[in-house]
Design a protein around this ligand. Structure first.
Ligand SMILES: Cc1cc2nc3c(=O)[nH]c(=O)nc-3n(C[C@H](O)[C@H](O)[C@H](O)COP(=O)(O)OP(=O)(O)OC[C@H]3O[C@@H](n4cnc5c(N)ncnc54)[C@H](O)[C@@H]3O)c2cc1C
Ligand code: FES
Length: 282
């Protein structure tokens, strides 16, 4: 969180894109520090609002000296409010936050997997990987065509894009994980990057491991503070020493190694976690 700044940002534009909204925040002092996988915490509701908690969004794009961009779905009180903002409105934001995707030192094959608005950070990531000489395949999935995001942009940023939809309205009918084994094998991928719903991340991490690839998963846990002080966002993660700890996804994450997250135990405190209360103890 070293370079995170809290600024009053002007909305430079906000417009609907498919099922989502695309918002551009002025952020001249922030943008240069953004790496793929960072997020921004946005104060919602305006001055005097009862909505005390900021809302977290992946940073979609950053233009150094100018702006950062976000893609969001309006579904609850805070995001509905954000969708009613207009160009010129002033909003309090904190960014860049979190631990971004780790980038390889070698020019290896990488598969990027995203569900719905999980595609938001993938363009920046694909560009960063290709600058390192990596071959990049993208798999984008959604329940239905209108919930896909970024297909055309990613076709430009990556070497190839495969689309899947649950209902077959676009691309292959099925899940992103149906297309993943072939993509890994086609480019002999050593790493799979993923952003989307938890169930998708769990499945991607499993398929990646089965095919000998590392996975880096950007999780979306509820975050109350976004800066590491409230412990709302913890999940059980296995450390290098083999010990499971409850780890803050806003600081140590949101990107974690997929084989280290105890996906079946998310939203619980497993009994073997470091520091867990001893049942029947005093
Ligand atoms: C790292 C990260 C990246 C994200 N990226 C995107 C993105 O790119 N696009 C997008 O559309 N969405 C993204 N989200 C999800 C987005 O943050 C939520 O959709 C948004 O917070 C919903 O706000 P709301 O007011 O509309 O919904 P509501 O459901 O009305 O409110 C959600 C609020 O309640 C808080 N909350 C929920 N459960 C708890 C709890 N148990 N304890 C404490 N607080 C709780 C949340 O932190 C949030 O502030 C991301 C989330 C994270 C964590
Ligand atoms: S959201 Fe408060 S510690 Fe992570």
């Amino acid at each position: 969180m070293t370079n995170a700044q809290q600024v009053t940002s002007e909305i430079l534009s906000i417009e609907p894109v498919g099922s989502y909204y695309h918002v551009v925040f002025s952020a001249p002092s922030i943008a240069e520090f953004v790496e793929p996988g960072h997020f921004v915490a946005v104060a919602v509701g305006g001055v005097g609002s009862a909505m005390l908690l900021r809302r977290a969004f992946s940073i979609h794009r950053a233009t150094p000296g100018h702006s950062i961009e976000v893609i969001f779905a309006a579904h609850g009180q805070g995001t509905e409010w954000l969708s009613t903002t207009r160009r010129g409105d002033l909003i309090d934001i904190v960014a860049p936050l979190g631990t971004p995707f780790a980038l390889p030192n070698q020019p290896i094959g990488a598969v990027l997997v995203a569900g719905g608005y999980g595609a938001a950070p993938m363009g920046m990531l694909a560009q960063a990987l290709r600058e390192r000489g990596c071959e990049v395949e993208v798999i984008l999935g959604a329940a239905t065509e209108t919930k896909l995001f970024g297909v055309l942009d990613l076709a430009r940023d990556a070497d190839s894009v495969t689309v899947t939809t649950d209902d077959g309205s676009s691309g292959l009918r099925g899940r992103v994980t149906d297309a993943l084994p072939n993509a890994i094998e086609r480019i002999n991928a050593k790493v799979v990057y993923a952003c989307g719903p938890m169930a998708m991340l769990k499945a991607v991490a499993r398929v990646a491991s089965e095919h000998g690839a590392f996975s880096q998963c950007a999780v979306e846990e509820s975050m109350a503070c976004g800066i590491g002080v409230c412990m709302t966002c913890v999940l059980p993660v296995i450390g290098d020493d083999g010990v499971t700890r409850m780890v803050r996804s806003c600081v140590e994450g949101p990107v974690f190694r997929g084989d280290r997250v105890r996906w079946d135990d998310v939203h619980t405190v497993p009994s073997d976690v470091f520091g867990a209360p001893v049942v029947g103890g005093h």
